[in-house]
Design a protein around this ligand. Structure first.
Ligand code: MV4
Length: 449
């Protein structure tokens, strides 16, 4: 039985994990860099260990220090959160080698889904529809030209070690291909130390829809509906909602069944998110995330499930105590990612939060580690908090979100709250009529402040 969890993360997700542990009667250990000594996740944990100086490489990514923190405190499990080491298969293996429970999938599946070519191949073999593309890596521009001719332009060149939009290059004609291919390889080598790239048919105006799944050690795999994450700025999801305005019940059931059947064959364990592009009524797999995602609260609000609690129970050998028919999508939820950034230039705005007031009331949740007097450090991501709102309908959810945004106060730094107050008045947003390019176009057309 897990008795003490070391939370290998910081900020709001560390708080989130701490909350689930406390409700389960599990003790918690926070790790922190010297920049986070006064942070909320340290204050609310039972114990805390400083793992190094501010740079993530020397602290939150410092595997020896984190393992030592487990040994010192006697933590018998580690929860990686998202980002940092959450999809590092080597870290998972080292944790397990030290007879500590890794709260996440098996290392082999983390590694598999981290290699985007191997992931596509595996997922296709499990009967999940993928984007048309090259069989494997494309190792010369002549081979790229042949594959692109077969696929038809435009094509997208992606890094096998990439993901999340990093290292992608579009080629819209044969003349654009050589440069796109060599640039993608060079950027992949620089970013990931690995220059293998592959080709896909570029889908021009899709939505980005991801399916949340959860699997226990007895082979049960459930899907918890989808999240529409099409509103992204530079591949950072800033507005996610469920259910997707573009899906109906039958398409949800169909893709959910396809995904759970496939992952059951794989023997997947824990939570995972299967990402699709959705265009003309068809789903096309692009990648799978083997971690709890930033936007998991959207799914929690429409299903009533505590995903972190389920993760811990599954990691402890527990069985999912519900069937697919018990997963009921109730109402609508929207999450806005509030960043410490100028709402027009998006330049980071670290510094001291002089006043923090979170909105409340029925159906309003604010996942944040901020507090009045908290100093946003410049070393990590700019997330101030996630405002997640639930309503019986999308319209009720939108009205509640608009009210909550007006209630939210973050003084002393600039934030992207005004961006959301603009977005929520846009007809396309109110109608749910947007695709993955909508936000970039909206931002480009905005009148500068
Ligand atoms: C694509 C695509 C169109 N066609 N693949 C973006 C990050 C990663 N999740 C994969 N992504 C995409 N893959 C094909 N074959 C469109 C995206 C994509 C996207 C691309 C450009 C600008 C914004 C985007 C937002 C979401 C998805």
């Amino acid at each position: 039985m897990i008795e003490k969890v070391l939370i290998a993360n910081r900020g709001e997700i560390a708080l989130r994990i701490n909350r689930a542990c406390k409700e389960m009667g599990i003790a918690t250990v926070a790790i922190h860099s010297t920049a986070d000594s006064e942070s909320m996740h340290v204050r609310l944990a039972d114990e805390s260990v400083c793992v190094g100086p501010p740079p993530a490489a020397q602290s939150y990514l410092n595997i020896p220090a984190i393992i030592s923190a487990c040994e010192i405190t006697g933590a018998d499990a580690v929860h990686p959160g998202y980002g940092f080491l959450s999809e590092n298969a080597n870290f998972a293996e080292i944790v397990i080698a030290h007879k500590i429970i890794f709260i996440g999938p098996q290392p082999e599946h983390i590694r598999l889904m981290g290699d985007k070519i191997a992931a596509k191949r595996a997922v296709a073999s499990l009967g999940i529809p993928t984007v048309p593309g090259s069989e494997g890596a494309v190792s010369s521009d002549s081979e790229a030209a042949a594959v692109a001719k077969e696929l038809g332009y435009p094509v997208l060149i992606k890094a096998t070690a990439g993901g999340g939009g990093r290292g992608m290059k579009v080629a819209r004609s044969p003349s654009e291909l050589p440069l796109a291919w060599s640039t993608a390889r060079a950027e992949a080598k620089a970013a990931f130390g690995e220059d293998a790239v592959y080709l896909e048919k570029y889908l021009d105006k899709p939505r980005h829809i991801e399916i949340q799944i959860i699997a226990d050690s007895r082979g049960k795999v459930l899907h918890l509906g989808e999240r529409d994450c099409s509103l992204q700025r530079r591949h950072q999801k800033i507005w996610e909602e469920a259910p997707s305005p573009a899906l109906n019940a039958s398409s949800r059931t169909e893709i959910g069944a396809t995904v759970t059947r496939g992952l059951s064959k794989l023997g997947y364990l824990g939570v995972g998110t299967v990402e699709f592009l959705y265009e003309n009524g068809e789903f096309h797999f692009i990648e799978m995330n083997t971690r709890l995602q930033v936007e998991h609260p959207v799914t929690e609000l429409i299903t009533g499930l505590d995903l972190v609690r389920e993760q811990i129970r599954i990691a402890d050998g527990g069985a999912l105590d519900l069937e697919q028919d018990d997963v009921v999508i109730a109402g609508h939820a929207i999450e806005c990612r509030i960043n410490a950034e100028n709402p027009f230039t998006f330049l980071p705005s670290p510094g001291r939060i002089t006043e923090f007031h979170a909105p409340g009331g029925l159906g309003v949740r604010m996942d944040s580690a901020a507090y009045s007097g908290y100093r946003m450090p410049p070393y990590y991501d700019s997330l101030v908090g996630k405002l997640i709102v639930h309503g019986k309908s999308r319209n009720e959810c939108l009205m509640r979100l608009r009210r909550a945004l007006d209630e939210l106060v973050v003084g002393g730094i600039e934030t992207t709250i005004p961006l959301f107050q603009e977005l929520i008045k846009q007809p396309d947003i109110l109608d749910g009529a947007y695709n993955i390019h909508w936000l970039e176009k909206f931002l480009a057309a905005r009148k500068p402040e």
